[in-house]
Design a protein around this ligand. Sequence first.
Ligand SMILES: [Mg+2]
Length: 292
Amino acid sequence: MFRPTSFHSNVSSTDILHFFHISHDFGTSRATIMTITTIIFDVDDCLYDVGTGFTAHRNTDGATEFMVDNLHFPSKEAAQQLRDEYFLKYHSTAKGLSAAEEDGRLPPLPDGVSLQPGEKRFDPNELDKYWATNLDFSMLGGSLDQRSLDTFESLSRSSTQIVGFSNGPRLYVERVLKEIGLAQYFEPNKLFGVTDVLPHCKPDKSSFEFVLNKVGALPEQCIMVEDSMKNIRAAKSLGMKTILIMGKGRKQQALNKGASLEPRPQKWVTLRMIKIKPWMPLLKLSRRLTQS
Ligand SMILES: [Mg+2]
């Protein structure tokens, strides 16, 4: 039976994601090149640190003020309860509110307000516009540090394609990337918000397949960079390599709660990182790929 038994990295500063793959088959060896063509980045709590508090802001006031103003929830508390219930199931506020409407969980329309036949009460694009203009983006702290920017600059000059895939809506995602200084590295046709993939969203297999199809990549040619273990498992199940971003903030939150930071199940995660760094983690990745 043909079975790969070892990999040797062939890493240079300009072409970092090609690896020699040495296979052994009935006593004979042959080398092939295994190429990573595509790196897919999640955005929230992945390209900026969860410790900024921006995600907490978006998922509390950012979501509930929209729900009170646009969907007629009686209070922010009632809105938060429903938002959290559906976020647990769907991992996306936009997807969750769409599902809540289908389940008949939105409050009744006020007197004198009616819908046209087939008209939906919740429009994900309205949430998108609301977030893109009303959230407090100053919490992100402006542009990323120079080393992180250098990482993207180097990647953009390599043959590896940079893809963004978020469960946040598109205009909002574009605004985040602009605020942290990365907008120029994500070409419009290689950036996907949840509004581009609905009714699917991560971790649905179909959402990943949609993105892979659009960018012309096979799963085994991709690395998925994520902070969500649900999404990491889905990506790994499809055959991608995975980088789990822990975030300084998340690590500290866990330590404050007295939790021990147990290693994540190794079978799902090719490499763990606190934040995206330049060459060193990618060199480590080349070694880790020998075992996954
Ligand atoms: Mg994320």
